[in-house]
Design a protein around this ligand. Structure first.
Ligand SMILES: C[S@@+](CC[C@H](N)C(=O)[O-])C[C@H]1O[C@@H](n2cnc3c(N)ncnc32)[C@H](O)[C@@H]1O
Length: 161
């Protein structure tokens, strides 16, 4: 067990150490954006074996879009509850095609569209030292100026509360 800021500690891991599985279980992206930033996810990418994968409970568009832009294939972890407000139990990201994994499915059309809304604007932390508040403020500004589809319109289209 390594205690410390994951953004710094990850840089101290031995170069040859790569993982079969990374389980990202931080507080939600809006609460703790530091560990969901494009830059931190990029560090995680460098520590995953080619046939390994990253899983997380979140289906946040910003996280998924960053993972997609980093070259991962994305899958929806099948929800244990099924209703239109609970459409996912999270995300599995991998370079492999996960053909025989019964716990996942391809992203739906609705989820793919989610990745083109303002919600998909990534959390950015280029220094690896930014405070949550700073990361959230910068993203909020970027969302205000963005011409991407408003996330509420996307929700309405798919008849979500
Ligand atoms: C939802 S809890 C997960 C706890 C753990 N997976 C468990 O099941 O007991 C999120 C954890 O992320 C830790 N955390 C938040 N920011 C972090 C950071 N920058 N580096 C490392 N850990 C961090 C918090 O202290 C908290 O313990």
């Amino acid at each position: 067990m390594i205690i410390g800021d994951a953004r710094k500690e990850i840089l101290n891991l031995p170069k040859e150490l790569n993982f079969d599985l990374i389980f990202l279980d931080g507080f939600s992206p809006q609460k703790c954006p530091e560990i969901w930033s494009y830059e931190f996810l990029s560090q995680l990418k460098n520590k995953i074996k080619y046939e390994g994968y990253l899983i997380t409970y979140t289906s946040a568009a910003a996280v998924r879009k960053s993972l997609k832009n980093l070259g991962f294939n994305l899958f929806n972890i099948l929800p244990t509850l099924s209703n239109k407000n609970h459409w996912s139990d999270g995300t599995l990201a991998t370079f492999d095609n996960q053909q025989n994994n019964p716990y996942i499915k391809q992203l739906s059309e609705m989820e793919i569209e989610h990745l083109n809304t303002k919600a998909s604007i990534p959390y950015r932390d280029p220094t690896g030292e930014m405070l949550s508040k700073e990361i959230l403020e910068i993203r909020k500004k970027e969302q205000q100026f963005s011409k991407l589809l408003d996330t509420n319109s996307w929700r309405k289209k798919w008849e979500m509360a």
